[in-house]
Design a binder for this molecule. Structure first.
Ligand SMILES: [Zn+2]
Length: 354
């Protein structure tokens, strides 16, 4: 994050700073609330029932940050960014105890400056009206062109309206899978406003290391990026997937089992996170997706904790690049591509070069 003005101190000083949040639907919060209620974590409750979920979490005594993402920008009948924000939705978040207020923005398509302008100008107007009552973050669900050819236009608007922004990146597979996209994000993170990332994956750590205030990781593929409207998104396959921490990749437990069988004595399969307690990762194959997510978040939060101790700026950036280059080295050492036909995620190379 670039030099921040005092006007943003409220957005930056609370428990959201450097947090990795769990992004989940309202109807599954009971599975993740205990995991999320710890320092450095929290929840982004997602969907039209999200405020009810927030209320339930607060009534249950949850202390960690809880945010609400209405996600009107997603799906076949998504709203355009020019749609008016909903005053009652913003107010209800405040009354239910949201840590910060996320706008219920519509989608900002390729070159759609009126949509970008509408989201940011409305957020700025609400922020003035609320006059310090709470911090509003403009949710910006962006077509991938905004990190590429239109990146300078985007940062121009951010400088003009000066409101905190929470990005949601659209792509059919991985919005940060290429070097040009990662470089675009890094430039946006350098803008003189607080920036966060919603609906992301392992790249949450990269975004934090490069200056994002907080980042939210989805509990399933459909909440780990925004699918283009023409795509139906992934069909639920029933396949359990989980983080293989040494290669920083979320992989199906079937693939893990095959690679494990080839070299079961390799220490790489043993997970020392606080959830697995030294068990081999293969235990998650029969445990199910919720348990697999608990391992994923526990391992990501351990990495986050390591990052938090490193001063912001170049040293954090170097830390994340070395995490990515170590992961690439492990891919080679374990022959995961040649022998087991795993695919190296594009984001590892993109951040490594970033
Ligand atoms: Zn583990």
């Amino acid at each position: 994050m670039a030099h921040q003005e005092p006007e943003f101190s409220a957005a930056l000083t609370h428990a959201l700073t450097d947090a990795v949040l769990v992004q989940a639907s309202a109807n599954e919060l009971d599975k993740y609330s205990e995991l999320a209620d710890q320092a450095g974590c929290g929840l982004v409750v997602t969907g039209k029932d999200a405020i009810g979920g927030l209320r339930t979490m607060r009534q249950a005594g949850m202390n960690a940050p809880v945010l609400v993402d209405r996600r009107r920008y997603a799906g076949k009948r998504r709203m355009p960014g020019t749609a008016p924000l909903t005053a009652s939705w913003l107010q209800a978040q405040y009354e239910a105890g949201a840590t910060a207020i996320l706008t219920d923005s519509g989608y900002v398509g390729c070159g759609d400056e009126p949509a970008l302008d509408a989201v940011l100008s409305q957020t700025a107007a609400y922020q003035r009206r609320w006059d310090g009552k709470a911090t509003l973050w403009a949710v910006l669900p962006l077509h991938q062109s905004w990190l590429r050819g239109q990146r300078a236009t985007l940062t121009g608007y951010l400088r003009q309206y000066r409101v905190p922004v929470a990005l949601v990146l659209e792509h059919a597979t991985d919005p940060l899978g290429t070097q040009v996209a990662v470089q675009g994000l890094v430039k946006v993170l350098d803008a003189p406003v607080p920036v966060a990332l919603l609906c992301t994956d392992v790249s949450a750590l990269g975004a934090l290391a490069f200056g994002a205030v907080f980042a939210a990781v989805g509990v399933r593929t459909s909440l780990r990026h925004l699918y283009p409207q023409t795509e139906n998104g992934p069909r639920p396959t029933g396949v359990t997937s989980t983080l293989v921490d040494p290669v920083l990749s979320i992989v199906s437990t079937n693939k893990i089992a095959t690679a494990y069988a080839a070299s079961p004595d390799d220490q790489v399969w043993q997970c020392c996170c606080e959830y697995c307690h030294g068990r081999d990762l293969t235990w998650l194959a029969t445990a199910g997706q919720v348990q697999a997510n608990h391992h994923t978040f526990t391992a990501l939060l351990a990495r986050r904790e390591e990052m938090e101790l490193i001063p912001r700026g170049d040293r954090r950036r170097r830390w994340w690049r070395s995490c990515c280059s170590d992961a690439l080295w492990n891919y080679d050492a374990l022959q995961l591509v040649e022998r087991h036909r795993w695919t190296v995620p594009g984001f590892l190379k993109a951040w490594d070069a970033g």
